[in-house]
Design a protein around this ligand. Structure first.
Ligand SMILES: NC(=O)C1=CN([C@@H]2O[C@H](COP(=O)(O)OP(=O)(O)OC[C@H]3O[C@@H](n4cnc5c(N)ncnc54)[C@H](OP(=O)(O)O)[C@@H]3O)[C@@H](O)[C@H]2O)C=CC1
Ligand SMILES: CC(=O)C(=O)O
Ligand SMILES: [Mg+2]
Length: 642
C-alpha cells in the first residue's frame, strides 16, 4: 500500500518504475503519465510506462517558465504533467490531473504520440509492438511527408482541417512542421484561412479544442476550469466571438481564433503548448444565419448584454485568477468594440491582460511606421495619419502613435493626437459630431468641416500615411490610392482588415494605382506583385508579430501588469529587426521566417521594461534577457521515452 496525498493504493497497482518514482531520493523519475484511475479510484495497471528522467536540479533550473530547450534526449521540460511545484511531490489524484499514455493510449495522446517515429526500443518498452507498421521514420521525414500531403490540397480549408487533425494527433510534429514552414503555413492556421474555418466551424467540427464557457456554465466556471486537463496555464486567449476578424459575429464558432492565436504563441513565441488555454465565452449570437444553421455549435439565442454579460465575464476573470494565479496572461481577442474597451479598462488594473486588437495591433503598426520612416524620411511628428475605421484597431494604433510622438517631442498628448484624423462609417470624425461619438473616438474629433467620403477626406487632409482598419473590403479605391500618390512621393498605405476578402485594397492595387511608389503592408498576406518588370514584396502588418514575443517577455519576467511602455518597447524591438536589405525591397516588416529570433528580442525588451517599471516579479533579473528568452522557448523535438 502506498499513499498519494492521502489516497491509498495497493502497491501492486503501479509498475516498478512508478514505485521508483515514489521511492527514489536522488533522482526524480517523473512519469508523463501517472495513472488511469478507474471510478473506484484504483490506478489501472500498465499505465505508468512513459518516463521522463529529470533531476531536481534540472527541474529547478527549468522552473521559471515554459520549457528549456534541450538537445538531450530525455530532458526538455518541466511540469509537462504537473508544473514546477510537482518536482518533489506527487499531486493528489483527481480526475483532472493525469492522463494515460502507454500502448494504444500513447498513440492516441497528441502530447506524447510520435507516430512512426517511435524507436524500436520505445516500441518494446511502451507496448507499441504490432500497433505500428514496422518502419521507423525520423521527425524530418515525417515533416517532409506531411508537407507533401498538404501541398496536394488545392482548397485552403482542406489544409486547415489537415493541420488541425495533425495538432490533435501529434502535437510536436504539428509544431515542427509549422515552425519550419511558417511563411507557407501561417496563412493556413491563421488569417485568412482561419476566418473561413470559423465561418464553417460547425460543419468542420471534429473534436473540441479549448474551453467553451457558455451562459449554461454561469455559477460553475471554477469547476469548468478544473475540467481542463492542464494545471499550469500561462496564457489564455479569450473571445466572445462578436467581431471575428472583419467577418462580424460568429458566436461560439469564433473558437478558431483563440486556437489559432495560441498555436502562434507556441510556434512563434516558444510558449509551451500545454500552458496555453483557448477560451470562448458563449453568450449567444446575433448572427441570424448561424441561429438558423442546424450545424451551429453554440447557444441558439440572441446575445446576452448588460448585467448578465458582465456577470459572466466577471466570474470568468475571477475564476481564472483563482485557478491559475495572478501571473496568467489573458489576451482579449475579437470582442466587439462596445465591450472591448470597457473590459480592458475594467480588468487592466487587476489582472495581467491586454487586448490584442487594440494594443497588439497598435504596437505592430507603430513598428511598421518606424521602419517606413527610413524610406520616406522625416520623424514621426512630421507625418500626418488618416484612418479608415475608428474602432479598436484604428484608435488603438492612433493612441500609441500619439504616445510615441509625445515621448519623442515632449508635446502633450492632446497636441500629438492632432496629427491623426479618422473616418468612420459616417465620415470624417470632427468636433461637431462630438456629442454622438463613442468615447474612444472623441480624442480624434478635431476642428474641420464635415466630410462624408474617404476620398474627399484624403484630398483635404493630405495624409502621408493611410491606414485601413474598417473591416470593410475594397474601400481604398483607385481614386483614393491615386490621391495619396499625388501629394506623396512614397505614400505609406496599410490595408489592415482581415481576412483577405475584407482588405481595404490588394497589394497589386496599391502598387499599380500608385505607379509602384506605395510602401504597402496588409493584415493578411499577399503574394509578390510584378509591376512594370519590378517585383514588389509587401509586408504583413499583423499583430502576430507582437503578441507571441510580448507574451514571452511578460512570462519570463513574471510581470503582473501590461503597461503602454511595454508596447512601445515591443514596437522598437520589431522595427529594429527590419534590415537594410528588407527596406531596399520596400519591406517594412522582417520575414516571418525569422520570427523566433524576433520574438526573443521583443520578449527581452518587454521584460526589461517590466523590470524597469517595477512590474516584474521574477528576481533576480537575468543578465542577458535575449539569451534567457531563447533558452526558455519550447522546442518541438521529440523526447526519448525510456
Ligand atoms: N492586421 C491586424 O493585425 C489587425 C487587423 N484588424 C482588422 O481590422 C478590422 C477592424 O477591426 P476593429 O477595429 O476591431 O473593428 P471595430 O468594429 O472596432 O471598428 C471598425 C471601424 O470601421 C468603421 N467602418 C466600418 N465600415 C466602414 C465603412 N464602410 N466606411 C468607413 N468606416 C467603416 C466602423 O465605423 P462605425 O464606428 O461608424 O461603425 C468602425 O469605426 C477587422 O477587419 C480586423 O480583422 C484588427 C486587429 C488587428
Ligand atoms: C489579426 C487580428 O487580430 C484581427 O484581425 O482581429
Ligand atoms: Mg483579432
Amino acid at each position: 500500500m502506498f499513499s498519494l496525498n492521502g489516497t491509498n493504493f495497493p502497491s501492486d497497482s503501479l509498475s516498478g518504475v512508478s514505485r521508483c518514482l515514489i521511492q527514489s531520493r536522488k533522482k526524480v523519475y517523473f512519469p508523463m503519465v501517472v495513472a488511469s484511475v478507474s471510478p473506484n479510484g484504483r490506478p489501472a495497471d500498465r499505465n505508468v510506462s512513459v518516463l521522463m528522467e529529470n533531476t531536481l536540479k534540472e527541474m529547478k533550473e527549468n522552473s521559471p517558465v515554459i520549457e528549456k530547450d534541450s538537445k538531450s534526449t530525455v530532458t526538455g521540460g518541466v511540469g509537462d504533467v504537473y508544473g514546477e511545484d510537482s518536482a518533489t511531490e506527487v499531486q493528489t489524484i483527481t480526475p483532472w490531473n493525469f492522463s494515460v499514455a502507454s500502448g494504444y493510449s500513447l498513440l492516441r495522446n497528441p502530447h506524447y504520440n510520435k507516430g512512426l517515429a517511435f524507436s524500436e526500443k520505445e516500441r518494446d518498452s511502451h507496448y507499441l509492438r504490432g500497433l505500428l507498421p514496422p518502419v521507423v521514420f525520423n521527425h524530418e521525414l515525417q515533416v517532409k511527408k506531411l508537407l507533401n500531403n498538404l501541398r496536394q490540397y488545392d482548397v485552403p480549408l482542406q489544409r486547415y482541417v489537415a493541420m488541425m487533425d495533425l495538432q490533435e494527433r501529434n502535437e510536436r510534429l504539428f509544431y515542427k512542421l509549422l515552425m519550419e514552414n511558417v511563411e507557407e503555413l501561417l496563412p493556413v492556421v491563421y488569417t485568412p484561412t482561419v476566418g473561413e474555418a470559423c465561418q464553417k466551424y460547425g460543419s468542420i467540427f471534429r473534436r473540441p479544442q479549448g474551453l467553451f464557457i457558455s451562459l449554461k456554465e454561469k455559477g460553475k466556471i471554477l469547476e469548468v476550469l478544473k475540467n481542463w486537463p492542464e494545471k499550469k496555464i500561462q496564457v489564455i486567449v479569450v473571445t466572445d466571438g462578436e467581431r471575428i476578424l472583419g467577418l462580424g459575429d460568429l458566436g461560439c464558432q469564433g473558437m478558431g481564433i483563440p486556437v489559432g492565436k495560441l498555436s502562434l504563441y507556441t510556434a512563434l513565441g516558444g510558449i509551451r503548448p500545454s500552458s496555453c488555454l483557448p477560451v470562448t465565452i458563449d453568450v449567444g449570437t446575433n448572427n441570424e444565419k448561424l441561429l438558423k444553421d442546424e450545424f451551429y455549435i453554440g447557444l441558439r439565442q440572441r446575445r446576452a448584454r448588460g448585467q448578465e454579460y458582465a456577470e459572466l465575464l466577471d466570474e470568468f476573470m475571477s475564476a481564472v485568477k483563482q485557478t491559475y494565479g495572478e501571473k496568467v496572461l489573458i489576451q482579449f481577442e475579437d470582442f466587439a468594440n462596445h465591450n472591448a474597451f470597457d473590459l480592458l479598462a475594467k480588468y487592466g488594473t487587476s489582472h495581467l491582460v491586454f487586448n490584442d486588437d487594440i494594443q497588439g495591433t497598435a504596437s505592430v503598426i507603430l513598428a511598421g511606421i518606424m521602419a517606413a520612416l527610413n524610406l520616406v524620411g522625416g520623424n514621426l511628428a512630421q507625418h500626418k495619419f488618416l484612418f479608415l475605421g475608428a474602432g479598436e484597431a484604428g484608435t488603438g494604433i492612433a493612441e500609441l502613435i500619439a504616445l510615441e510622438m509625445s515621448k519623442q517631442t515632449g508635446a502633450p498628448l492632446e497636441e500629438t493626437r492632432k496629427k491623426t484624423w479618422m473616418v468612420d462609417s459616417k465620415g470624417l470624425i470632427v468636433r461637431s459630431r462630438m456629442e454622438s461619438l463613442q468615447h474612444f473616438k472623441r480624442p480624434w474629433a478635431h476642428d474641420h468641416e464635415p466630410v462624408k467620403e474617404l476620398v474627399n477626406a484624403v484630398k483635404l487632409i493630405k495624409p502621408t500615411v493611410l491606414i485601413g482598419s474598417s473591416g470593410t473590403g475594397k474601400m481604398f479605391t483607385k481614386e483614393v490610392v491615386q490621391a495619396m500618390a499625388t501629394f506623396n512621393k512614397k505614400p505609406v498605405i496599410f490595408a489592415l482588415s482581415n481576412p483577405t476578402s475584407q482588405s481595404e485594397c490588394t497589394a497589386e492595387e496599391a502598387y499599380t494605382w500608385s505607379e509602384g511608389r506605395a510602401i504597402f503592408a496588409s493584415g493578411s498576406p499577399f503574394a509578390p506583385v510584378e509591376y512594370k518588370g519590378k517585383v514588389f514584396v509587401s509586408g504583413q502588418g499583423n499583430n502576430a508579430y507582437i503578441f507571441p514575443g510580448l507574451g514571452l517577455g511578460l512570462i519570463i519576467s513574471g510581470a503582473i501588469r501590461v503597461h503602454d511602455d511595454m508596447l512601445l518597447a515591443a514596437s522598437e524591438a520589431l522595427a529594429a529587426e527590419v534590415s537594410q536589405e528588407n527596406l531596399e525591397k520596400g519591406l517594412i516588416y522582417p520575414p516571418f521566417a525569422n520570427i523566433r529570433k524576433i520574438s526573443a528580442h521583443i520578449a527581452a525588451k518587454v521584460a526589461a521594461k517590466a523590470y524597469e517599471l517595477g512590474l516584474a516579479t521574477r528576481l533576480p533579473q537575468p543578465e542577458n534577457l535575449v539569451t534567457y528568452a531563447e533558452s526558455c522557448m519550447y522546442s518541438p523535438s521529440y523526447r526519448c521515452y525510456r
